[in-house]
Ligand binder design. Structure first.
Ligand SMILES: [Fe+2]
Length: 358
């Protein structure tokens, strides 16, 4: 009796038995595949990961290279022909996907003197952060905003917008759009307008004066999912950083930092993307930080480094760099430096999935 039992146990765990079980499973997987089904237990660990898994990598683009290359494109195609003459800053780990992070597009747009980038609108929200040049405009929702370096211009979902350059120098800015998110949901719409430019009934700076000064026009709505301010000018925001620094309000990770806010709600400027501007005083050595929002940074002034995991990114004025989600990073500054940053944090917060750690 005991001999028979031993023999039976040996055969149920032997190589033949394992092989038979494996064959039976494979046959079963093939069978259910014909019905459009597949076993969760084979992929469980890769679809419900213990920690965030990112496919993008830390990367930096030098402005010197960006400017040289984008200027070359000026000889090859007009802004009108291209609709938007933009060089995509593509994360090298996501080739062919037109994105800097998994959720955000980044590109550098150039408009030469006299050019117009024709009016259109789309579901994707956009921001501009002005890098170089002075005096070109973005017209958004009837307001013509004349742009200067460091200005932060927003174009919300479906807002008509066009750009033009009536100055005598090329103008370059960083465009960041949320279209990878919009396309994830498969909800993109876009349209061109018959006229190249939109009529503008409001003056430069009207929206900042009306909504960004601690007062609101009487009868302003109590809710708005995006900011009514078109251009958060550097001239207005930069001195606030200096005041924060003077007041000693310097975060150990982020420096003296402000968040661009929707004055109607106090929330982010757009439902999908949010931005900050931070002053890192000379000699700043930031503490380690990580969060689940992948972030695009621009150095608006100064010089320093950002260590992302094991990679050190050395930045100076107008360089653009990416910190992927959940990668620990820390900034240092060798001069007084200003960093603009934008991420998908508002979208993550709205979904209840944003986390940070320091
Ligand atoms: Fe656009």
């Amino acid at each position: 009796m005991s001999v028979a039992t031993t023999t039976k146990q040996a055969s149920s765990t032997g190589p033949d038995s394992k092989h038979n079980l494996q064959s039976a499973r494979e046959a079963y997987y093939d069978k259910i595949a014909k019905f459009g089904m597949t076993p969760l237990w084979k992929v469980m660990e890769s679809v419900v990961t213990k920690e965030p898994v990112t496919h993008c990598v830390p990367v930096l683009w030098r402005f010197k290279d960006i400017k040289t290359l984008v200027m070359e494109s000026g000889d090859l195609i007009t802004a009108e022909e291209a609709q938007r003459r933009v060089l995509i800053l593509e994360n090298p780990a996501l080739p062919g996907q037109s994105r800097a992070t998994n959720t955000m597009f980044a590109g550098v747009q150039m408009i030469l003197p006299g050019e117009v980038a024709p009016a259109h609108r789309h579901v994707s929200s956009a921001i501009r952060f002005v890098l170089d040049g002075q005096g070109a405009y973005t017209a958004v929702e009837g307001e013509k905003a004349i742009m200067s370096p460091g200005d932060f211009v927003i174009t919300a979902n479906w807002a008509p917008h066009d750009h033009g350059n009536t100055s005598n120098e090329p103008m370059l800015w960083l465009d960041v759009l949320d279209f990878p998110m919009v396309n994830f949901f498969e909800t993109s719409f876009a349209e061109q307008f018959p006229d190249k430019t939109q009529p503008t009934g409001r003056g430069d700076g009207d929206s900042l004066a009306f909504y960004g000064s601690g007062v609101l026009p009487d009868g302003a709505p109590a809710q708005m999912d995006h900011s009514p301010v078109i251009n958060y000018t550097y001239a207005r925001t930069r001195p606030i950083l200096e005041r924060l620094k003077k007041a000693g309000d310097i975060d150990k990770r982020h420096g003296a930092r402000v968040r661009y806010a929707n004055p109607i709600t106090g929330g982010p400027v757009l439902p999908t993307m949010g931005a900050h501007l931070a002053l890192l005083p000379k000699g700043f050595k930031g503490e380690n930080y990580r969060s689940t929002d992948g972030t695009i940074f621009v150095c608006a002034e100064g010089q320093g480094t950002t260590k992302v995991k094991d990679k050190v990114l050395e930045w100076s004025q107008n360089d653009v760099f990416v910190v992927p989600p959940w990668m620990t990073y820390a900034h240092t500054a060798s001069k007084d430096s200003v960093l603009f940053s934008i991420s998908d944090r508002p979208a993550q917060e709205a979904l209840g999935i944003w986390r940070e750690e320091s």
